[in-house]
Design a protein around this ligand. Structure first.
Ligand SMILES: NC(=O)c1ccc[n+]([C@@H]2O[C@H](COP(=O)([O-])OP(=O)(O)OC[C@H]3O[C@@H](n4cnc5c(N)ncnc54)[C@H](OP(=O)(O)O)[C@@H]3O)[C@@H](O)[C@H]2O)c1
Length: 288
């Protein structure tokens, strides 16, 4: 039991990949699942599944019982810091000894945008817990192009963001998971915080060129005005606070603040991070 590692958000981008890679290493995993109907793939992987609600400390405490190490994240919601504090409360009650906490690049910046400030508050709950921890701060995920752009790439050979020609040192979620797994299984990084990025900064125009090369079709990026992006996001039913927080993120991408490249992935995993070209080749089925 003590060797079991708990994974938050196990049906999401990072959590699912962390589970997959932990299992590949023969680690016993307990997957924290919010909506049971999304747990199918985890059941196929054969992991222990527990129901959790980050709003409910008791459910988290039960899920963490007998666990020494845990991966913690909050979904993108305005009270994500409160959810982190709930996780910490439960982890203390359950006797967890080590937490790897995911936030986002720039959370530690004095000029942090709203998202960064939420994440920094979430990190502080972990830092003040008395439990050993490591913080990871990934930049935007390459997988966002599957989740938010593949649909129009397939139907219109085009994708749309209000990000100008700003460059982003995008990271593949597989690299984030590899870091999380190394931290959880090897140790030695307690009390540290790492910014995680891919190997290079690319603009959406460069991404369009890469996707065109990989798919053999011409794919265009359109730099849409902020107002159009706002309208589009609102139409999906996204809460207004989240819409505004994401527009702020796009604004700093456009202004050129998200291109810094960090050496941390290779330092921690021993392997260079995956390029966007490799990501596109590995996920070509989503763009064809
Ligand atoms: N996308 C990016 O480029 C990026 C970059 C840096 C940082 N981040 C940060 O990464 C985090 C999101 O991670 P992700 O993309 O891996 O996750 P995700 O794919 O958005 O999925 C969120 C996960 O959290 C679960 N969840 C939602 N509400 C919950 C609740 N009340 N209790 C327990 N679990 C709950 C979801 O389950 P259900 O679906 O069943 O609710 C799902 O498994 C956010 O904090 C975001 O700010 C994202």
């Amino acid at each position: 039991m003590a060797n079991t590692i708990f994974v938050s958000g196990a049906t999401g981008n990072m959590g699912k990949e962390v589970v997959r890679q932990l299992i590949a290493q023969g680690v016993q995993v307990r997957a924290g699942v919010h909506s049971k109907e999304k747990a199918g793939i985890l059941k196929e992987m054969g992991v222990e599944i527990v129901s959790v609600d980050l709003n409910d400390v008791k459910s988290l405490q039960t899920a963490l019982e007998g666990v020494e190490k845990a991966f913690s994240l909050s979904p993108l919601v305005p009270n994500l810091a409160e959810l982190s504090a709930n996780f910490v409360k439960a982890a203390k009650l359950a006797g967890v000894k080590y937490i790897v906490r995911a936030s986002g690049m720039g959370a530690d910046s004095p000029q942090a945008i709203t998202l960064g400030r939420w994440h920094r508050e979430a990190e502080k709950a972990v830092e003040s817990s008395g439990i050993a921890y490591t913080l990871i701060r990934p930049n935007s995920f390459m997988q966002n192009y599957i989740n938010f752009a593949a649909h129009t790439i397939k139907s219109q050979n085009a994708f749309y963001f209000p990000q100008g020609d700003g460059k982003i040192s995008l990271i593949d979620v597989r690299d984030i998971a590899a870091v999380v797994v190394a931290l959880l299984t090897k140790g030695g990084h307690e009390g540290k915080a790492y910014t995680l990025t891919g190997p290079e900064a690319v603009s959406n125009y460069q991404i369009a060129a890469i996707l065109s090369r990989v798919t053999g079709r011409t794919i265009n990026y359109t730099d849409v005005p902020e107002a159009a992006a706002r309208q589009g996001m609102k139409e999906t039913g996204m809460p207004e606070t989240i819409v505004e927080a994401l527009l702020e993120l796009s604004a700093i991408i456009k202004a050129g603040y998200t291109g810094a490249v960090s050496p941390a992935v290779e330092q921690i995993t021993g392997k260079p991070p995956i390029s966007f070209e490799q990501f596109a080749k590995d996920h070509i089925r989503f763009f064809k």
